[in-house]
Each structure stands twice: as C-alpha cells, then as structure tokens.
Design a protein around this ligand. Structure first.
Ligand SMILES: NC(=O)c1ccc[n+]([C@@H]2O[C@H](COP(=O)([O-])OP(=O)(O)OC[C@H]3O[C@@H](n4cnc5c(N)ncnc54)[C@H](O)[C@@H]3O)[C@@H](O)[C@H]2O)c1
Length: 325
C-alpha cells in the first residue's frame, strides 16, 4: 500500500479515538495530518502520542483542507450522522465508528451520498477484522462444523455505563455484525428483552434472539452490570462446535468435535477432546484501518460498508422496538 496517498484526519480524541490515532500514527506517520476534538483539553493526550500530530478544535480546518482525503469519525454516536454527512459532502472517504448512525434512515442517506460523491463509507465493526473471526469464517466455509444450528454471544463486563445509549447499542453491534458476517442472511424474526436497574429507560442488560432462515438461531446476551469480563461466542454445527473467547489471555479459539448424530432413528453423542485453533497474531484495529486505506487506494468495497452497517442497524432498531413492548 502506498500510504503517501492517504491524508488522514481523526475526529474525536476520546477513549477510543486515541486508539485510532495511535494506530494511524503507526501506519501512516506524517501522513496523519490532523486530529480534531471540540474539547481543547484532549490536545495534551494527542501530543503524548506524538508532537508531530497537529490538533484543532474546528472541523472546518479539515473540511476545507485540499490535502485531507480520508477521515475517521470516532466521536460519540449521536454526532456521527451530521459529521459523516458533512465530510462526504466535502468529498472525503470516511470510516465511522459503530454505530454508524442512530437511525437506519440516516445510514441510508449516507450510503446514497457516498455513492453520489464517489467516496468510501465504512463502519468500524472491528471484530470483522479480528484474525480469529476471519479464521472462524474460513473454517465454517471449509465445512469443519457442518451446517450451523445456532450461535450465541455473551458480551459481559462491569463496563462503562453510558447515559446516551443502552447496553444493546453499546455492546451488541459487534455481535450482530459478526453473526451477519458468518450467516450471510437476514433474520426472519427478532425478539428482545431487557432490564433497567441503574438509570430510567436505559437497559443495562439485554437478551436478543434472532431466527434466521434454515432453522438457524442466534442469541446475544449483553450486560455492563456483570462481575467480570466475558466475551464468548459459541457456534454450534452438525459436525462440531467452535468457541471464541476473546476475554481469555490464551487459547481463545477452540474446536470441539462434539454433538449428536441420528443413526437409524437413534440419537447418538460424539464427544472428543477440543483442539486449540491458531490464527495470525494481528491487531484488529490495525487490520481495520489497513482495510480502509486499501479500499481507498485500490477502489474496492469495504467488508463493513454502508450496507453492512445498515443491516446491523435495522436489527438493532427492531430489537429496540421489542425491548419497549
Ligand atoms: N469499535 C469499538 O470496539 C469501539 C470501542 C469503544 C468505542 N467505540 C465507539 O467510538 C465512539 C467514541 O467512543 P469513546 O468511548 O471514545 O467516547 P468518548 O466520549 O470518550 O470520546 C468522544 C470524543 O469526541 C469528542 N467530540 C464530540 N463531538 C464532537 C464533534 N462534533 N467534533 C469533534 N469532537 C467531538 C468529545 O469531546 C470526546 O473527546 C463511539 O461511537 C463508540 O461507540 C467503538
């Protein structure tokens, strides 16, 4: 990749934004031109990464720059749509943190604008750039676990409680995006339940249930009110099961040759020892940014493009509707 053709700005230097800035500085060095945050106090955090990175509190500096062709938006979710729209209208390629917008009609609008202005539109569903998730996709395609029967994902922690969004919107976009990526279809039915304990009308715990065509089911359990971190996804198939536990320090991905077969009407168990599956040691956020830059340089479609973001949003919207019923 010829990084010299990428001239980048990062909007939002909060907790997650600093990870983007650090990664971009590693990948692009001096091509990372500017960081913008409306809070001037964030400048000192940015300068800790490098004094070479320039800082502004005025997004017009970036909008009006002839040099900057790519923007990463990592501000809080409610600002994504307005900022993304401004930068697309300014003919910049954009990578927007999840959720791309708060409403699916806004993402539809961004998709249309990005097509009209011929710029890349990508969402930061970082797990799709995790080498373990790529490995899972490969193994499923190769038929290791046979036909998928059900998937579940637990994303639990004593996490940062947010007041602008509930746990479903904070945590579940990751799980929904991975399940969509693995199943490549859209759920026929969506159910969800949740509970609010800490703030009024903001769920701290939710359980979402998705029924896909072909008798495939998935459920997602998310909570920021949980004693320890657990990020576990289990994919059960007719020939075995894959378990991905990103919250573990080692042996994160395992194959369990376990399940049942029906032999002449008799259901018989098979139950062998698990095998640890290795995958390349790569940083998901780095892989995500490399993908963004490559899509711009090679004019290719991002894996997590606007349409992928839209599917995830529609599922979250339907789940939110069910939470309120
Ligand atoms: N992909 C992931 O795994 C992941 C992880 C954490 C957060 N996120 C997402 O990243 C985004 C940011 O999260 P965070 O935890 O860093 O939030 P944060 O509140 O720590 O930071 C947001 C920053 O944006 C700045 N900001 C707000 N409006 C702005 C504007 N109009 N122009 C410029 N700056 C503005 C704020 O001053 C703040 O510094 C959210 O959308 C969140 O969902 C993604």
């Amino acid at each position: 990749m010829d990084n010299n053709n990428i001239k980048l700005a990062v909007i939002g230097a909060g907790k997650w934004g600093l990870n983007h800035i650090r990664t971009a500085y590693k990948l692009l060095e001096k091509n990372l031109i500017t960081v913008c945050d409306i809070n001037p106090l964030r400048e000192q955090e940015v300068k800790k990464i490098s004094s070479e990175i320039s800082f502004t509190t005025d997004i017009n500096t970036i909008l009006e720059s002839k040099e900057i062709n790519s923007v990463i938006i990592t501000t809080s979710a409610e600002t994504h749509y307005d900022l993304a729209k401004k930068f697309i209208l300014g003919s910049k390629n954009i990578l927007v943190e999840k959720p791309m917008t708060l409403h699916s009609f806004e993402t539809e609008d961004l998709i249309k604008l990005a097509n009209d202005y011929d710029v890349k539109l990508m969402v930061g569903h970082v797990l799709l750039y995790h080498p373990a998730v790529k490995k899972i996709k490969e193994l499923i395609t190769e038929g290791l676990i046979g036909r998928i029967q059900y998937i579940y994902s637990n994303r639990l922690n004593l996490g940062s409680v947010r007041s602008e969004e509930n746990i479903l919107w904070s945590f579940a976009p990751h799980d929904v995006s991975v399940i969509q990526y693995l199943l490549e279809s859209y759920p026929k039915k969506i159910y969800a339940m949740g509970s609010c304990f800490l703030q009024q009308n903001i769920e701290d715990v939710t359980l979402t249930y998705l029924r896909y065509p072909g008798n495939i089911n998935a459920h997602i359990f998310v909570s920021w009110l949980h004693p320890f971190k657990e990020q576990r996804m289990v994919i059960t198939g007719t020939k075995g099961m894959l378990v991905f536990e990103d919250s573990l320090k080692a042996e994160k991905l395992k194959f369990y040759p376990k399940g049942f077969v029906n032999i002449n009407g008799v259901i018989q168990k098979f139950d062998d020892n698990y095998q640890v599956i290795n995958y390349p040691d790569k940083q998901p956020l780095e892989e995500e940014q490399i993908h963004f830059y490559n899509c711009i340089l090679n004019n290719t479609k991002p894996i997590t493009d606007g349409y992928h973001a839209l599917e995830v949003l529609k599922i979250l919207e339907e789940a939110s509707k069910k939470l309120k019923e």
